[in-house]
Design a protein around this ligand. Structure first.
Ligand SMILES: Cc1cc2nc3c(=O)[nH]c(=O)nc-3n(C[C@H](O)[C@H](O)[C@H](O)COP(=O)(O)O)c2cc1C
Length: 330
């Protein structure tokens, strides 16, 4: 499938944007294991306009990761337009506008999912960004503010009309945050609306190859975006691809194989940030690994509390010795 001339693959599997997760080192692994299209973590438009170093660093992209999207958020049209131009200079394949972030510090201020309460502003902001840059603009949002206000069908048409090239929809409302189950029916209604011509990317609770297949087959989306299930398991993309190609489920990686991968990830993270913060950053990934290993509690605690690489490597050696060839059934 091509979007504005950019090839994003057939039935693309997309790494969802995740703050503090989808930085360049992590994206590298998702790409290696088969992600077709990568999103950066969201970047504050205001911080970009003020040239905050930490935010400028988030614009780093590598040629090998294309197609890649940089996502921005903010509540003021002026700074969002300005930030889009700054992002454009970094030459991502797409700029995405975040209209879905539910966390208080973003949404209560009117940015992210806060825009679901002011659709005219959302549409006007999008229109001005589309007009300000040459690269394609996409958006990511939720079903609506709450279950009494499921407005995604209307939003999709209006954002399409002002020129977005694809829309990613997380099948939850802002009020749901991350609770309950994602509802894919409204996503399918958007997709089946004959007025909608742009690709619709479905998102929410894709945790297995079967669920990814259902997203395409039952709900008809053009792409599937995966977030939390990639944390500690970037090879989920390969498992899904294999299932699509053969109808068979790949056995999960052995503990020893998983250790090799996480060590490499940690090393890259440390190079990207520094030893202490690079290690802290990876704890979220480690925390979601090795679930279901018998009698693992003490080793898990030591793994998650290791203060430096040397200690952590020793813990990994112990895990390898005790469980190396085991595989963990999900
Ligand atoms: C830790 C974390 C950070 C996130 N950060 C962002 C973000 O920066 N931008 C965004 O659009 N969505 C963000 N999300 C939402 C995800 O992109 C995705 O919509 C959501 O997790 C649902 O998909 P999933 O069930 O596959 O995880 C974040 C989610 C998580 C768990």
């Amino acid at each position: 499938m091509k979007i504005a001339g950019v090839d994003v693959g057939e039935r693309p599997l997309i790494l969802a944007p995740m703050e503090d997760v989808t930085n360049p080192p992590f994206r590298k692994f998702c790409k290696r294991y088969g992600a077709d299209w990568l999103y950066s973590e969201f970047v504050s438009a205001d911080a970009l306009v003020r040239s905050v170093n930490k935010s400028l660093k988030k614009l780093t992209i590598d040629e090998t990761e294309r197609p890649v999207t940089i996502q921005i958020y903010g509540r003021f049209i002026d700074s969002m337009v300005e930030a889009s131009k700054i992002v454009e200079e970094a030459q991502p394949d797409f700029i995405d506008i975040n209209f879905g972030c539910p966390v208080k510090r973003v949404a209560q201020k009117g940015a992210g999912a806060g825009m679901l309460k002011d659709v005219p502003l959302m549409v006007e902001m999008t229109r001005q960004i589309v007009n300000a840059v040459k690269i394609p603009v996409t958006a990511k949002t939720r079903l609506g503010w709450d279950c009494e206000n499921i407005i995604i069908e209307d939003i999709a048409e209006r954002l399409q009309d002002v020129g977005i090239q694809a829309l990613a929809i997380h099948g939850r409302t802002r009020s749901q945050m991350y609770t309950g189950e994602a509802d894919w029916e409204p996503i399918a209604r958007v997709k089946n609306n004959p007025r909608i011509k742009i690709p619709i990317l479905g998102n929410g609770d894709i945790t297995s190859p079967q669920k990814a297949k259902e997203a395409f087959d039952k709900y008809g989306v053009d792409g599937v975006m995966i977030g939390r299930a990639t944390i500690g398991k970037p090879w989920i993309f390969r498992q899904i691809k294999h299932y699509f190609e053969t109808g068979e489920l790949l056995p999960d990686l052995s503990v020893a194989e998983q250790i090799d991968i996480i060590k490499e990830q940690i090393q890259l993270s440390v190079e990207w940030i520094d030893e202490i913060r690079g290690l802290l950053h990876m704890r979220r990934h480690m925390a979601s690994m090795f679930k279901g290993l018998p009698h693992f509690r003490d080793l898990r605690i030591r793994m998650l509390q290791a203060p430096d690489l040397r200690t952590l490597w020793q813990v990994f050696d112990e895990i390898r010795e005790k469980y190396g060839e085991s595989t963990i059934e999900d």
